[in-house]
Design a protein around this ligand. Sequence first.
Ligand code: FES
Ligand SMILES: [Fe+2]
Length: 361
Amino acid sequence: MHRFFIDPDISRAKTINTDIYNSPEVFEALKDKIFACCWQFIGTTDLVKEAANCFPFTLLENYLNEPLLLTRDERGSLHCLSNVCTHRGNLVVYEPCKLSNLRCRYHGRLFQLSGKFKSMPEFKEVNNFPTPDDDLHQFRLFQWEKFLFTSLDQKFPANIFFKDMIERVSWLPLHDFHFRPDLSKEFFIDANWILYCENYLEGFHIPFVHAALNTLIDYSDYETELFFPFSSLQVGISKTGADYFDLPTSSKDYGRKIAAYYFWIFPNMMFNFYPWGLSVNLVQPLGVSKTKISFLIYVWQEEKRHAGAGGILDKVEAEDEEIVQKVQKGIRSRFYRHGRYSVTKERGTHHFHRLLSEFLS
Ligand code: FES
Ligand SMILES: [Fe+2]
């Protein structure tokens, strides 16, 4: 049995070995074992609104550090490419721009917006050239309405990560959700990324840590649904009766007073839907005990922004950060290795630990 084994039976299981948070080797290993083969959020199609738009970005900066390029070609098709020139490795595009071809600024290699090799000066004498290896590497793109995701690996189809979430909120008019840079934020915490996620995955701590949220959400009705293999949902039920979704009859939840849907997608993405809109939280590892969390805010109904569970996001976030940073200190102790799970309240955390365990085995 390996060091990170998690018993599938939650009533018998111990929580994950603390080496997972503390070991620099595990932190490194997770890059390829988890992050490079799962799906990651890029942003919305607005990044490349028009034909010939190019948007270079770094996937998980300071962790995976993979230079990528999003393009929209003349026919309107989107591509997610490696932003690394196949000649000697220069970055191809340096900043967002409009281009009809991609020309490397080092020795002039030319690519189409689809990444296909086009031409190269001084290469007439080169044998067996060009080959498909000279095209920019192309990655899969998954598009959900305006939201775009990519994966560095071919291993997993996107639908096993996203389909349950997509079905559950299919009635929401996502094209009317508008990104609000002014409301979006980044937080840096002194804690391992796994601690941040496992805290998110249980509502057990709400009455203890979030007094204000606890007055808005009915803790006794707070429930976790596990979607195997790669996602889960926590549903917050409104206590006040004023701040919940106006659900259509087509919704599985019709008749319930839902104040928030908290979807989690393995390993590090959270999609929190509130009656005012959506907060996408991306948990980005920076170091064994350093994590960046981006809150990307998409507003749908501005007038509802200050009501209910979605109206006190900053306060709840500060409380979560504080407790997670305390736990970070605790898990470094020589005397703590494992805990146990509440069978009724920590199923989401157990599910997450099981996934970590499987990927590490
Ligand atoms: S590195 Fe791009 S042309 Fe040489
Ligand atoms: Fe919390």
